[in-house]
Design a protein around this ligand. Structure first.
Ligand code: GUN
Length: 292
């Protein structure tokens, strides 16, 4: 069994990005600039955004954080998005989700200029990715592809089972793994809460991607010997062992599943660090005007 070290790969990719930024600035170009809008004080969102800002510093990017209280109106948020859309000094920006209930998330996502949508959530980017056109790829699927690439895991003709059909992981990942490229050319099955044969599908899978958000869902008796298991789960569960009072738990019963696998990602330190790196890659592309 080989552990897929997402943390180490992420550090390496950030160094590669930093080297490209150094080249850009040596040529007199300005460094890429990522802005983030954060609404409210949700603990998870605070941590994610802080980590994104930190990653920008490592990559040599400029970053800006725009904060609003939980009570911000949709109109105020849309006005902030409009300003960022028009700001030539901002290459890409994100609005950290989830948003308070009184705000229509889809409306917010669609208000972002798709040419600055480094999250890859705008329907233009989702649609272009789906038919294989250059676009900003959604961070988690892009991070998973990068891990498969760096560990040279074969996908052509392999059976990939994705557990979970979310718009930001399951659906876009299924599309990417079907494309005529590497990593891709896979036979992809997506299973979800209405599927009646999840165990059977998983047992025939060469690669299982678990993205349903239920701790320890994937058990040892659901995995074929020699399979690759990618764990996207990051449920915060209470813990007395950590300073923060919680720990991140994956969707895979890691201790029981790992001995059966060819490759497996841990939680934390697997897919998680790669999602931030994907955002950095998109920001680099946005700064270089490489896609639009
Ligand atoms: N909330 C959880 N993950 C993400 C993400 O990748 N982007 C944004 N904008 N919000 C999130």
């Amino acid at each position: 069994m080989q552990l897929i070290d997402g943390k180490a790969v992420a550090e390496q990719v950030k160094q590669e990005i930093a080297a490209e930024v150094a080249q850009m600035t040596a040529q007199g170009k300005r460094a890429p600039h990522l802005a983030a809008i954060l609404v409210g004080h949700d603990g998870g969102s605070e941590t994610y955004v802080a980590n994104k800002i930190k990653a920008c510093a490592v990559c040599g990017f400029k970053s800006s954080l725009i904060r609003f209280e939980e009570t911000v109106s949709e109109a105020e948020l849309l006005a902030a998005i409009d300003r960022l859309n028009r700001d030539d000094e901002v290459d890409g920006f994100i609005v950290q989700l989830p948003l308070p209930k009184h705000i229509d998330e889809q409306k917010i996502v669609e208000a972002i200029d798709y040419r600055k949508d480094v999250d890859g959530f705008h329907p233009v980017n989702v649609g272009r990715a789906c038919i294989g056109l250059p676009s900003f790829l959604s961070a988690t699927p892009a991070g998973i592809l990068e891990l498969l690439r760096r560990y040279k895991i074969e996908t052509a003709g392999k059976h990939v089972v994705i557990i979970g059909r979310s718009n930001i992981v399951g659906k876009p990942l299924a599309n990417l793994l079907m494309r005529k490229d590497y990593p891709g050319n896979a036979t992809v099955t997506v299973v979800h809460s209405y599927s009646t044969d999840i165990k059977e599908q998983c047992l025939s899978a060469d690669i299982i991607v678990c993205a349903l958000g239920r701790p320890h869902f994937l058990k040892e008796d659901m995995v074929k010997p020699g399979a690759t298991v990618i764990d996207v789960g990051t449920t915060r569960v209470p813990s007395t062992q950590t300073k923060s009072g919680f720990k991140l738990t994956g969707d895979v019963d890691f201790d029981a599943v790992a001995p059966k696998c060819a490759y497996i990602t841990p939680v934390p330190g697997g897919v998680g660090p790669m999602t931030i790196v994907s955002l950095m890659k998109n920001t680099l592309l946005a700064g270089a005007k490489a896609i639009y």
